[in-house]
Every structure is written in structure tokens, then in C-alpha cells.
Unconditional design. Structure first.
Length: 406
């Protein structure tokens, strides 16, 4: 026990000295609600993408019409399908009559036309194509209705309690029909897309591109232009999606990254298209100017995060602990690194212990207030010792004593 306490103390002290940058604004006292930025949009949120911390909010839970920002969820499910192996970027997608009939923003896909998943993602991300969104929904789920059910299930799993989807594109959406979301919920699904699937930036930051239509009439080229003007000039911009209809007004989820700090600025129902960009930019500027990021690197194998923990009746008698993720926290304003504390707690372990089992946790606090925690896991299996194991160890010990005395 004494040895374990010494290890815990040394790890805590070393962690304080070696921790780099970390972002943390999770506590309510960090959140700004008005004086920091002037927002005319109906609702807005500035979120730290690393932690989900809200750095600024105005009417964050107000249910509003999301327009084409709906497609953030559509894209999330597309990339989920790719990650699971259900789709690949080179798979062919055949356009149905229903998909081709979509109005609004589109790339004029024709019924029977085929495009790759990669091209469809490009059309959705750059040109906000309703026809491509529906074609992908049908490819993944068999029908748009079935895909919308998946969207709502995903929204529920992300904690989007002020969202309900009725279609996968945001076309002709109406809050009275039950298609709605909120600035906070849009930030949540934006975080899921940009942080879990960062490759979306390969599409969402493209200003202009072309696709080729392959139809019975022959091949023809079609130009795409991004609707997110911030990608042309904002430093560190990574995406993400615009939306506008007569009911929704002008909406934008803008994401950007600088020096490990990932920010998500959501503006809903801005009065005009210029305001949605200028106000999203103001939110991002505010975040980058005032936030500090703290990160404790735990995933790199070092003595700091590879402790040997005793296992009762175990073979071997100890198991190595490791972390699967680093710890990140965002501070709105300055912070004192030496005031960040670690406390490591290990569970009492009895064999057998399976590889990957949670065996402890690292708690982080700042000036007495908890910031968060990171679980620790067993690096390998530890089997339960048998009678033969005890006998073998006893014999080894006897021979060792005999050799020493001889």
C-alpha cells in the first residue's frame, strides 16, 4: 500500500509538470450569454469541439427550422456507414425517381443515373444537394423514411433533445410539421461529424469543383460552388454547413481549428446571409481569442501512464494500466497550470482480469473544482492462479533459497 501511494503521488506530480495545453470551459461560470459578442440571429451557440463545452449561448434550446443544416446528420450517418464497412467511397449509387424529383438546391441528378459515394458526399457537402442527400439515404436505409428514423435515433443517442427530423435534406421544412432542431443540438451533431469524421473537411472546405453526369443522354460536366463563404478566408476553417429557406432564414454551422483548439459556431435564423457569416466569425474569433487549451498526453506509453497494479490471486501478480484517450479541457480565459491536479484511483482487483477491463480512473480538478476524468484499462489478461501455479512458485522459491545457501 505504501508503495502504491508513492506511485500515485509521483504520477500526480509528474502529470502536473508534463501536461501540455488543454481546453476546458465545461463549468457554467465560464459560459458567456451576451456581453462578449453581439448576435442578432434568433439563437446561437459556440461550443468547444474537444469537450462539448458551451462557451457562448443565446436561446440555445429554442426549437427552430434548421433548413439544410439538417444534412449534417445525413453526412454523419453516411460516414458512420463507411466506418462500419457498409459503404465505401467507390460504391455506386443509383438515383431513384424520388431522389431526382427533389427541388431546391440540387445538382440535377437524373433517375437511373449512377454516381459514386465519394461524388455524392461532394455534392451534399459543397452544393448542399437535396437530390444527392435523398439518393444516399435510400442507398443506406432502403428508403428516405427509414433513413430519417435512423437520423432521429442518432439524434437521441447524441442527447439532441430539441430535434426531430422529417426528411434528410431540410427541404420545405416546417416546425409545424415536426421538423425542427436547436442551436445546441446542431452544435452536438456538428461535433459528432467533425470530431469523429474529420475527413469531412476534405469536402466541406472545397470552394469550387465539378462532377460529371453519366446519363443516357451522355456525359456532361456540372459545376459546384460552396455555400459557406468562410472557407475562402477564415484561418483554420474546417467546415461545415449552411442552410436557408424562407421559414428558416439564414443558418450556419461553422467549424475551425487552431493549435489543437476546435470550435463550433452555430447561428440559427440570422436575418440575412451576411449576418450569418459575420456573426459566426465573431463567435469563432471570440473563442480563439479567449480560450486556452490544456491537454494531458496519456496514450503515449511512458512510465507516467503504465502503472503496474496488484491483482489478488493473479498470474501474473500485477497488471499494467493504460489510457485509451488523452485528457483535454478548455478554459475561457487564463488559467494556472500548477493549479490543475490529478488524482488516480485504482479498483481492488481479483483474478481473473480481462484485457480492456476498466481498472481505475484519473480525476482532474482545477482549484478544487472537478474538470473531468479518464478511465484506465487492463493492458492484458490476468488469469486466476491455480494450485499448480502456487506449487510451481513455491518450488521456484525453494530452489532459489537453496542456490543462495549453497
Amino acid at each position: 500500500m505504501k508503495k502504491l501511494l508513492i506511485i500515485v503521488f509521483s504520477i500526480t506530480f509528474t502529470g502536473i509538470l508534463l501536461s501540455d495545453s488543454k481546453v476546458s470551459c465545461a463549468k457554467s461560470e465560464y459560459v458567456s450569454t451576451g456581453s462578449a459578442v453581439s448576435i442578432t440571429a434568433k439563437s446561437a451557440v459556440l461550443m468547444d469541439g474537444n469537450t462539448g463545452t458551451i462557451l457562448y449561448e443565446k436561446n440555445k434550446d429554442k426549437e427552430v427550422v434548421p433548413a439544410s443544416i439538417t444534412k449534417i446528420m445525413t453526412l454523419t450517418l453516411i460516414f458512420d456507414a463507411i466506418d462500419s464497412g457498409k459503404l465505401s467511397l467507390n460504391d455506386s449509387v443509383t438515383v431513384s425517381e424520388h431522389a431526382a424529383s427533389m427541388g431546391g438546391s440540387q445538382v440535377f441528378l437524373e433517375a437511373g443515373e449512377t454516381q459514386t459515394v465519394d461524388t455524392m458526399i461532394k455534392c451534399i457537402s459543397i452544393a448542399s444537394a437535396n437530390d444527392a442527400a435523398v439518393a444516399m439515404a435510400e442507398k443506406i436505409a432502403g428508403s428516405e423514411d427509414a433513413f430519417v428514423a435512423m437520423m432521429n435515433e442518432k439524434a437521441k443517442s447524441l442527447g439532441m433533445s430539441h430535434t426531430q427530423f422529417k426528411n434528410c435534406s431540410g427541404l420545405d421544412d416546417d416546425i409545424k410539421s415536426g421538423h425542427y432542431s436547436s442551436a445546441y443540438d446542431v452544435a452536438l451533431m456538428s461535433k459528432e461529424l467533425i470530431m469523429k469524421h474529420p475527413q469531412i473537411s476534405n469536402y466541406s472546405t472545397v470552394w469550387m469543383d465539378t462532377i460529371t453526369h453519366h446519363t443516357q443522354k451522355g456525359d456532361s460536366e456540372f459545376g459546384l460552388t460552396n455555400t459557406n463563404k468562410l472557407i475562402r478566408f477564415y484561418e483554420g476553417i474546417t467546415g461545415l454547413k449552411t442552410g436557408s429557406t424562407s421559414k428558416a432564414k439564414y443558418c450556419l454551422s461553422a467549424t475551425a481549428s487552431r493549435n489543437g483548439l476546435n470550435l463550433i459556431a452555430v447561428v440559427m435564423a440570422a436575418p440575412d446571409h451576411k449576418k450569418r457569416f459575420s456573426e459566426a466569425q465573431s463567435l469563432l474569433d471570440y473563442g480563439f481569442a479567449n480560450c486556452s487549451i490544456y491537454t494531458d498526453i496519456l496514450t503515449k506509453p511512458t512510465t507516467k501512464n503504465r502503472d503496474s497494479i496488484p491483482v489478488k490471486n493473479g498470474i501474473p501478480a500485477n497488471v499494467t494500466a493504460y489510457a485509451k484517450t488523452n485528457f483535454t479541457h478548455t478554459f475561457l480565459g487564463d488559467y494556472q497550470k500548477d493549479q490543475i491536479k490529478q488524482e488516480i484511483q485504482y479498483h481492488s482487483l481479483t483474478a481473473p482480469v480481462q484485457k480492456g477491463k476498466e481498472i481505475g480512473i484519473i480525476h482532474y480538478s482545477y482549484q478544487g473544482k472537478e474538470l473531468g476524468s479518464v478511465p484506465l484499462y487492463a493492458l492484458y489478461d490476468v488469469k486466476k492462479a491455480t494450485f499448480l501455479d502456487y506449487l510451481y512458485n513455491a518450488v521456484k522459491k525453494m530452489f532459489r533459497i537453496h542456490n543462495i545457501s549453497g
